[in-house]
Design a protein around this ligand. Structure first.
Ligand SMILES: CC(C)(COP(=O)(O)OP(=O)(O)OC[C@H]1O[C@@H](n2cnc3c(N)ncnc32)[C@H](O)[C@@H]1OP(=O)(O)O)[C@@H](O)C(=O)NCCC(=O)NCCS
Length: 161
């Protein structure tokens, strides 16, 4: 994607990730929470950086266990949405997971999150489960969680040298 690059999360990215998370979800994760998540076995974070400014525009937090990878969180700064950054991050997450040996990707998304569902469906994820009233919003309303999943293509192993 022109203008952006993906890289692994660095300590200095965590503050802006917490800010983007707070602007994206009702249950804001603090920097300390993001650090704890990243310290879990199999957890990784990917950020999309603006190539020229080097600012973090969005991130994906992943956790791999055996041959399955879960997207724990995916968010893009509100002022930069709709420009392909979310798709770029999801493609990067899928490639990263696949190279790390995962054969399946899964995640949970609020059933009424149409934008995220469109993004996921466009990348081949399909609903495989539903938990009613899983999320409670600040206004007290609830939403079901959909579990979505897709197989990952095996990555060709590059010959050494
Ligand atoms: C979901 C989210 C990460 C998408 O990031 P983004 O950078 O806006 O996504 P993209 O620009 O790559 O668009 C990806 C797809 O989403 C859909 N989409 C994006 N903006 C949309 C809009 N305003 N209305 C409808 N669909 C939209 C499109 O289908 C698009 O597919 P396309 O590439 O074929 O056009 C972002 O909206 C976000 O951070 N939302 C808040 C947090 C959240 O809901 N995260 C997911 C929780 S599981």
């Amino acid at each position: 994607m022109t203008g952006y690059e993906l890289s692994m999360v660095e300590e200095s990215d965590i503050g802006i990730m917490a800010r983007i998370h707070a602007l994206s979800f009702d249950d804001a994760w603090t920097g300390a929470m993001i650090r704890r998540i990243l310290a879990m076995p199999g957890a990784h974070g990917i950020v999309a950086r603006h190539e020229r400014k080097q600012t973090v525009s969005g991130f994906a937090l992943l956790r791999q266990a055996a041959d399955e990878c879960e997207v724990l969180s995916l968010a893009v700064s509100p002022d930069l949405r709709g420009d392909g950054v979310g798709g770029f991050l999801l493609d990067g997450a899928m490639e990263y997971a696949s190279v790390a040996g995962a054969i399946k990707l899964f995640l949970e998304v609020a059933e009424d999150n149409d934008v995220a569902r469109r993004l996921y469906e466009g990348r081949g994820l399909a609903p495989v489960g539903r938990r009613p009233d899983y999320y409670t919003r600040k206004d007290g309303t609830t939403a079901a969680a959909l579990t979505m999943s897709c197989p990952l293509e095996a990555q060709a192993v590059r010959a050494p040298g």
